[in-house]
Design a protein around this ligand. Structure first.
Ligand code: A3P
Length: 297
């Protein structure tokens, strides 16, 4: 069976001021000393922002034509290694990245900006940051955490929501994550900040923006291929992208990785009073009005 034996769910602990679990800190030395190459592309996000969606887009934009067999034989998480993961018997993210023979290498991370290995900045690597509105992010995270034993145990929805608001989540506070990456963009020009809601609303426009940032100019036909391949229903069926082919730490029968893929599913989870409380708290925490999230489109 591909079911991965984990002794117990991990517990959150404070790691240099950020809530983390051991599966993302155990390989810390190798992560911090990771040697980025100038053409590496880092895909960064807070968990559940649509990272996999964007990883797949980039993989197809770069390699879809050149090596189509990649898409059918190599799982996406090997094509785009998750830098900080260290959960034996899964291979370490840093090892997978070191073994990549592609150029550029596509690498995924959920690290807060201050934890990104310094070589990425020194090499002036291109970075794509994916952000998603907090209400849909927390709902997605809740369902994912319920079924994924690599993550801390979850209680009920209202406790989870409160923990999210207090930053008691893996990779710390959503509010700090999106804000500090946004601030980084003001001084680091090789950073493209994109939103799940925009992708959902106008995929073509977002593909063009992404390509212009990456210096790619795919043909209309290539773009159409990418669009079709990464449509939610297609990705959901795609064994190389839906995590069903890999060593499993999650029970997808209860809640699949490709769950809904919608904007505003939070409306099916938040009560009226939870929503009021959340909005009030959000106003206090998000003072930068240049960074604007849409909770519906
Ligand atoms: P939901 O749980 O709301 O469905 P990440 O990859 O960062 O873990 O994000 C996972 C979320 O992105 C899930 O959200 C998943 O369904 C959604 N997602 C993945 N691929 C998608 C696609 N092609 N189109 C729309 N949403 C997608």
């Amino acid at each position: 069976s591909l079911w991965m034996e984990l002794p117990t769910r991990p517990t959150l602990f404070d790691f240099q001021g950020i809530s983390m679990i051991k599966y993302f800190t155990d390989n810390w030395e190798n992560i911090q000393n990771f040697e980025a190459r100038p053409d590496d592309i880092l895909i960064a996000s807070y968990p559940k922002a649509g990272t996999t969606w964007v990883c797949y887009m980039l993989d197809l934009l770069y390699f879809g034509n050149m090596c189509p067999e990649r898409q059918t034989s190599v799982p996406l998480h090997e094509r785009v290694p998750f830098l900080e993961i260290c959960a034996p018997p899964r291979p370490k993210g840093t090892d997978l990245a070191d073994q990549l023979s592609t150029s550029p290498r596509l690498i995924k991370t959920h690290l807060p900006v201050q934890f990104v290995p310094k070589s990425f900045w020194e090499q002036r690597c291109r970075i794509v940051y994916v952000a998603r509105n907090p209400k849909d992010s927390v709902v997605s995270h809740y369902h994912f955490s319920r079924v994924n034993r690599i993550l801390p145990e979850v209680g009920d929805w209202s406790t989870f929501l409160q923990d999210f608001m207090e930053g008691k989540m893996v990779f710390g506070s959503w509010y700090e994550h999106v804000n500090s990456w946004w601030e980084k963009k003001q001084t680091y020009s090789n950073l493209h900040y994109m939103f799940y809601e925009d992708l959902s609303e106008n995929f073509g426009r977002e593909t063009d923006r992404l390509c212009s940032f990456l210096g790619l100019s795919p043909s209309a036909e290539e773009k159409e291929k990418v669009r079709a391949a990464v449509m939610f229903d297609n990705m959901k069926q795609d064994k190389m992208a839906n995590f069903s082919s890999t060593i499993q730490t999650m029970n997808q029968d209860v809640s699949p990785f490709m769950r809904k893929g919608k904007v505003a599913d939070w409306k099916n989870h938040f009560t009226v009073s939870q929503n009021e409380h959340f909005d009030e708290d959000y106003k206090q925490k998000m003072k930068n009005h240049a960074l604007c999230f849409r909770t519906e489109i």
